[in-house]
Design a binder for this molecule. Structure first.
Ligand code: ADP
Length: 272
């Protein structure tokens, strides 16, 4: 029996994507209100912490979570709220910013491959190799003949990771322009948020249609059986967190993990 959250928001391989057809306000899979949604998330946090402990103890599987979104859509919020309570020993966040000169001197997957999870680990990509077909495409940082080849590289790179034991989940946090306007205004006006305000984000906002087109192509061309994309309605933060949490938990439960057997017959061991 598959999970309704997975079914609803997963993009099947090869399916064309029109983001305008995906409602960023959708909250149809949860009956309650925001308060109840937050309570539900607390229970999911506990379950995720148990599953992560098991993943870490078993030391067999690797989980890679990719977060991509327009500014203010909530990548940071997802990291803070969905992963609340997990053991930091087994979880790492990798941020991908404007590449450094040394990164630029290599192929674009070089810096990414180094940060992929080891056995027993969860790694969250806050931005990712997808920037190389998103911002790079929209801002013309390399010519089209270069970025257009990258969908194929990325699909095969993710296949390599999956075949070598990495479970991959990719989330696009879907907000609309109006919601972004509200959140940018809040950042501009709230002294505790102003540190996040980057005037450069306004440039990206002007390029919204171009970004949507780049996201649509990236998502439809790289959603695969082994590395599916999920389009997460993100205008409501609490619902966004619930969806992502549900998908991760369902995926981890599907791995059929077990605590390792004891190293010796413990029934004979007496502790003096
Ligand atoms: P965030 O917005 O993720 O919180 P920053 O404000 O530091 O973090 O933004 C990181 C910036 O790095 C973004 O504007 C993003 O587009 C840019 N970036 C990431 N990867 C690349 C890349 N491969 N090429 C060019 N720019 C990139």
């Amino acid at each position: 029996m598959s999970n309704p959250f997975v079914e609803r928001y997963r993009v099947p391989p090869g399916q064309p994507v029109r983001l305008a057809d995906w409602d960023p306000n959708d909250k149809s899979l949860f009956e309650g209100d925001k308060k109840e949604g937050k309570q539900a998330l607390r229970r999911l946090n506990e379950r995720l912490a148990e599953l992560q402990e098991l993943l870490y103890a078993e030391g067999k599987h690797k989980l890679l979570i990719v977060l991509q979104a327009m500014d203010t859509a909530g990548k940071d919020g997802v990291i803070r709220h969905v992963f609340k309570g997990v053991n930091p020993q087994g979880v790492e966040v990798a941020n991908f910013k404007v590449p450094t000169p040394i990164e630029l001197a290599h192929d674009y997957l070089w810096r990414v491959h180094q940060r992929t999870p080891a056995s027993g680990q969860i790694v969250i990509f806050n931005r990712s190799h997808y920037e190389d077909v998103l911002v790079v495409r929209v801002k013309n940082l390399v010519p089209p003949e270069r970025w257009s080849r990258r969908y194929h590289h990325i699909v095969e790179f993710e296949r390599l990771l999956a075949e070598e034991g990495t479970t991959i989940l990719k989330f696009y946090l879907h907000i609309d322009q109006e919601e972004q306007k509200k959140r940018l205004e809040a950042r501009r006006d709230d002294p505790t948020k102003q540190w996040k305000f980057n005037p450069g984000d306004l440039e990206d906002r002007k390029l919204w249609p171009q970004y949507m087109e780049a996201y649509e192509e990236a998502i439809s061309r790289t959603s695969s059986e082994w590395a599916p994309w999920f389009i997460v309605p993100a205008n409501r933060k609490w619902y966004r967190n619930l969806v992502i949490s549900q998908v991760i938990i369902d995926t981890l439960e599907g791995l059929d993990m077990r605590y390792p057997a004891p190293k010796a017959d413990l029934s004979q061991i007496v502790i003096e």
